[in-house]
Design a binder for this molecule. Structure first.
Ligand SMILES: CC(C)(COP(=O)(O)OP(=O)(O)OC[C@H]1O[C@@H](n2cnc3c(N)ncnc32)[C@H](O)[C@@H]1OP(=O)(O)O)[C@@H](O)C(=O)NCCC(=O)NCCS
Length: 118
């Protein structure tokens, strides 16, 4: 949803893409760190962390949100994100989460919304 290539940061090695991530701006002003993927053979070597740090640095003074599966919560906490309760969701996540939770229940995956304050 809402995919625009200029929002993406791409990590390359010898011309090959090894990781991607983006910050998506939503209509209500919510900015979402999203699409974080590192190729399997380069995981656990700091590529994802470097992409996240760079995206944070490229959005100075801005609050960032993300959604992730529960096991990744601790990973994103390293970068200053904190899990939100429903009352603190931005309007975008108030609309999205009932749908995400519906599919999450089907696939037995609990999704958390996290926020990093500016
Ligand atoms: C999540 C992901 C982007 C992290 O990128 P990465 O380059 O492997 O991350 P880094 O090297 O910066 O950090 C590695 C750390 O993250 C932890 N980590 C990675 N995936 C994890 C997971 N699914 N659950 C818990 N911790 C995880 C590793 O244990 C490692 O911890 P350590 O530093 O204590 O050894 C990458 O593992 C990935 O592409 N996963 C599949 C796609 C995905 O789940 N994307 C996230 C969507 S919200």
């Amino acid at each position: 949803m809402n995919l625009h290539w200029p929002n993406f940061l791409v990590a390359e090695e010898d011309g090959a893409t090894i990781g991607i991530g983006q910050v998506k701006p939503h209509n209500d002003g919510t900015r979402e760190l999203a699409s974080m993927v590192v190729v399997p053979e380069r995981r656990g070597q700091g590529v994802g962390g470097t992409i996240i740090q760079r995206l944070i640095a490229d959005h100075p003074g801005q609050v960032l949100h993300l959604t992730c599966r529960v096991p990744l919560r601790g990973y994103y906490e390293r970068f200053g994100f904190r899990a939100l309760s429903k009352e603190d969701y931005s309007p975008y996540f108030c609309r999205l989460m009932p749908i995400a939770n519906f599919f999450g229940a089907i696939f037995k995956r609990r999704i958390v919304v996290m926020r990093r304050d500016a």
